[in-house]
Structures are given as C-alpha cells and as structure tokens.
Ligand binder design. Structure first.
Ligand code: PRP
Ligand code: URA
Length: 209
C-alpha cells in the first residue's frame, strides 16, 4: 500500500518548528503531542463507529460512537509516548499498549526491552505511534510483535520518514497503512534522517549533551 503523506499547511508549520534546532523541549514535546492527535484523527477517518440512540434535550436521534469500538494506540518508547499523549487526549476511550525499543548506535538494529499490550489485538484496530521512521528497524520490529500478538488491522503514524525506511517498511508490511507527516531526503552515515529534526527522544525529554 502507498504511504499517505499528510502534507498540509498546519502540519508543515508544526514540523518546521520541530526541525528548528532552537526549539526547546517543552514546545517540542507539545508539538509532537499535537501532531500525534492530528495523525491519529486521520488514521481513524475511515472508521465507521457504532450506531447509537442519543437523547438530546429536544428529541431522540441516531448518532455514531467510538466508545465501544476496539481501538488501541501503541506507543514506541521513548519518543512515541509524546504522540500517544495526543492520541489519548483525542480519544480517551481507546486502549493503549507500549513497546520499548532502543536503536543500537553502532549497528542501528533495534532492541526490544519491554512490551505491555492489551489482550485480543485480533479484534482491535491498532494504531502504532513513533515520530521517526529512519531505517525502519524499530517500527518494523514493533509491527512484527503486534502481528505475533494477533493484530491484523494496523496503521503506523510517524512524523518524519526517510525513503530508505519507507521502502523497507512497506515491502515488509504491505497491509499496514503508513501515515507520514513529511518524507525527507535520505539517511546520513549514522542513520539519522536528513534534514530531519535530530534525535526525537533527546529533543522531547531534554537529554541532549
Ligand atoms: C528513535 C525513534 C525510533 C527509531 C527510528 O528511537 O524514536 O524509534 O529511533 O529509527 P529506525 O527506523 O532506524 O529504527 P531511539 O531508538 O533513538 O530511542 P529513543 O526514542 O529512546 O530516543
Ligand atoms: N531516530 C531519531 O530520533 N532521529 C533520526 O533522525 C533517526 C532515528
């Protein structure tokens, strides 16, 4: 499936703030949260919801609800947590899972250290969240784990992606709907995205040297 690039004036404006090296962690974190909200909204657009009867102060009408729908947000630690904050604020009735992945700085391979996921993923629409898709190792391994746990309807929302990672991710996971805020030029020799925004986790949590 072709990735969906969510380029529009609002998202581009917010991504420019993230790219700016002068943006401090507090603002950086809140923009990542806002984009998390926008992207999960986009990912849920095709979702119908269940019909309910609603009593307004004047009469009864038919409405749609996501309250009892099986929606699950899964954040990849650390950086995905900030996107998850936005998703949760938009839809507090969704369940949530967490996958801790750390990328080895020499090999660029991702290592799983912790995962806590809701049960019965086979019945849920799972939206995976991580701001960066670089080599595609972390998100690819996270999707592999979700599939092993039964998930079969998966979307992945990232903020910035490199063409190399997109190619690998979509080849390995053709059925996963991939939402991208901005598709950048390439990876550098340290597998950082260019022009990118640097290390998302460090910029969110203020752990830069
Ligand atoms: C970053 C980012 C992704 C990963 C992307 O996390 O948040 O998870 O790198 O790179 P990849 O596509 O090449 O795997 P990192 O491992 O640096 O951890 P952090 O969130 O704790 O900073
Ligand atoms: N992880 C990041 O946080 N940034 C990159 O550019 C690549 C991987």
């Amino acid at each position: 499936m072709e990735p969906i690039i969510l380029s529009n004036a609002v998202i581009n404006h917010k991504i420019s703030i993230l790219r700016n090296k002068a943006t401090r962690p507090g603002l950086f974190r809140s923009i990542v949260k806002e984009i998390g909200m926008i992207e999960t909204y986009e990912a849920l657009k095709t979702f119908q919801g269940k019909q309910i009867q609603v009593e307004t102060p004047l009469e009864t009408c038919t409405g749609l609800t996501l309250e009892d729908e099986e929606i699950c947000f899964v954040s990849i630690l650390r950086a995905g947590l900030a996107m998850g904050d936005g998703a949760r604020e938009m839809l507090p009735c969704a369940s949530e899972g967490f996958i801790a992945m750390a990328r080895d700085e020499a090999t660029f391979l991702s290592h799983l250290s912790y995962a806590k996921l809701p049960t019965h993923l086979e019945n849920k629409k799972v939206i995976l969240l991580d701001p960066m898709l670089a080599t595609g190792g972390s998100s690819g391994d996270a999707v592999k784990l979700l599939k092993e746990k039964g998930a079969n309807v998966i979307a992945f929302c990232c903020i910035i992606a490199a063409p190399e990672g997109v190619k690998r991710f979509t080849q390995e996971n053709p059925e996963v709907v991939l939402y991208i805020g901005a598709l950048d030029r390439c990876l550098n020799e340290k597998a950082y995205i260019l022009p990118g925004l640097g290390d998302a986790g460090d910029r969110i949590y203020g752990t830069l040297d």
